[in-house]
Structures are given as C-alpha cells and as structure tokens.
Design a protein around this ligand. Sequence first.
Ligand code: BV8
Length: 254
Amino acid sequence: MTTTHAPPLSRGTRPGSGAGNIVVLTGAGISKESGLDTFRCADGIWNRVRLEDVATPEGFQRNPALVHDFYNARRRGLHDPAVEPNAAHAALARLEAEWPGEVLIVTQNIDDLHERAGSRNLIHMHGELNKARCDGCQGVVAWHEDLALDSQCPLCGETGWMRPHVVWFGEMPLEMDRIFSALDESALFLSIGTSGAVYPAAGFVSHVRRFTRARTVELNMEPSEGATLFQETLYGPATRVVPAYVEQLLATAG
Ligand code: BV8
C-alpha cells in the first residue's frame, strides 16, 4: 500500500472539524472483491464485449436481445448468494452512520452492494441493475428477473418498451443537480475504485478543486487517469485501504 500526503490543510477545512460534508465517488473496483467484474482491468467486461454493442442506445436499437442478455447475465450474477458486500462497502456504511457531517455516496456501479451494506444516502448515477424502465410511460420499477423484448410494463401494461434502468454512453447520468450541489458543499471528496475514464464522474475531482476548498483523496488499486488531481492517494485493495482510511477519519472527527 503506497501513500502520498499533501501538506496539512489549514484549520477549518480539515475533514472532521464537525460540520464537514463528505462526498464519496465509487466505481467497479469497490465491488471487485465481492466477485463482480470491473470494466477496464485485464479481465474486465470491456475486454469481452464491445461497449458500443451493449451500453449505448444505438446498440440497444440494433440488437435489443443482445443487450438484454448482457444485463440479464449480470443481474443473475448479482443475485448469486456468494456475491455480498465487502469490508469496503461496510466501512462506508459505518462512515455514514458515525461521521458528524453528511456523507453522500455517488456510485457509478449498478449493483446493490452499498445498500446491502447499510448505506442510505446514496445516488446511483448510472442506474441500477435491479430496476427496469418503460420507454412507453417512463415508469421505473423494481426488476429482479430476466428482461426481454416481450416483457410487460407493470405500470402501463404495454409490452416491447422495457429496458434496463441503466445510463448508457451518450445518455445523461441521473441526479446530476443533486450531485453537484453536494460536491459544492463538500469538505472532503473521496474517489474509490474507479479508473477515472468515464465522464462526467471523472470530472468531479476537477470541479471540487476549482470551486471548493475540499480535500481530495483517491483510494484505488493503482493510480487512475486523474491521479495527479488528488491531494492524497492510497493504493491497495479496497477491502484493506478503505476500512483503514475510514478508521483514521473517524478518529479525527471533531
Ligand atoms: C454523458 C453503464 C452527456 C452501466 C456506463 C466529457 C464530458 C461529458 C461526457 C463525455 C466526455 N467525454 C466523453 C464523454 C462521453 C462518455 C464518456 O465518458 N466516454 C468515455 C469512454 C471517454 N460519457 C457519457 O456518455 C456519459 N453521458 O456524458 O451524457 C449528455 C449531455 C447532454 C444530453 C445527454 C447526454 C454516460 C456515462 C455512463 C455510461 N455507462 N455503464 C453498466 O453497464 O454498468 S459507464 C462504465 O464505466 C461503467 O458503468 C462504470 O460506471 C464506468 C466507470 O468505470 P469504473 O467504475 O471506473 O470501472 P473501471 O473498470 O474502469 O475501473 C475500475 C478501477 O478499480 C480501476 O482503476 C482498478 O485499478 C480499480 N480496482 C480493481 N480492483 C480493485 C480496484 N480498486 C480497489 N480495490 C480493488 N480490489
């Protein structure tokens, strides 16, 4: 585990001074040790399937059955009893419960491991595998089994309009206003388990540096594409570095 430390911040902006709010961005790396694949690692999803075919509206238009198969396989994988929240998810749920200020998790992940670990203040900016959306009535419903072209919308009764409630490339991520409001009020921005390859999430650290005095920290297996933008970095498996960092943070809580 390697660590780089910036000079201590001036008093008042030091996280843990009581009122400091924390925004935590997570990516696929936080779920890796729970048995879920990442996207860009050597054994990642985008090395097995083209994102243009399964994670774009054009791909869905071209071959909806292929896209349904892709997300059905991932949804079934998520429901495997062996797939459970890990110590990193649990540490973030503890941080939310024990930190004196607000803690918001903004996850790029579409799995439900943060919720299952106990996190409540959570935004899935790229959608959720356990939800489906009807392109007919725009209704969003819980969905745990396979989706297909002839799936019926439980809200409007139409068939042929159901799709995964997932944000594809070229689509607007969810709850962006709420995310930027939280970033603007943050005293600490943590980025965990993300390659920093996908925008607008990858741009959050630049936004925080430009418009706030928040401390920026990256916890990852290896330097992300935005690593140099972080004042502090800790590298190693999330189940090791995240609990250690949360422990240290709570020890400083005012
Ligand atoms: C949009 C679907 C605008 C769900 C995904 C500049 C500004 C704005 C947009 C763009 C821009 N430049 C380009 C764009 C377009 C595009 C984009 O960013 N393209 C990239 C490829 C350049 N962005 C978009 O299209 C976004 N939409 O901008 O809309 C708009 C404006 C007006 C009107 C309409 C629209 C939408 C982006 C969302 C796309 N959907 N997924 C799904 O199938 O899951 S993104 C996909 O990548 C994943 O979902 C994931 O969320 C995301 C990021 O991946 P990571 O989570 O970081 O995973 P990755 O594998 O890359 O990295 C894992 C990391 O973990 C690694 O660093 C690894 O070292 C580490 N790790 C591994 N093991 C461990 C570990 N760390 C700790 N412990 C371990 N054990």
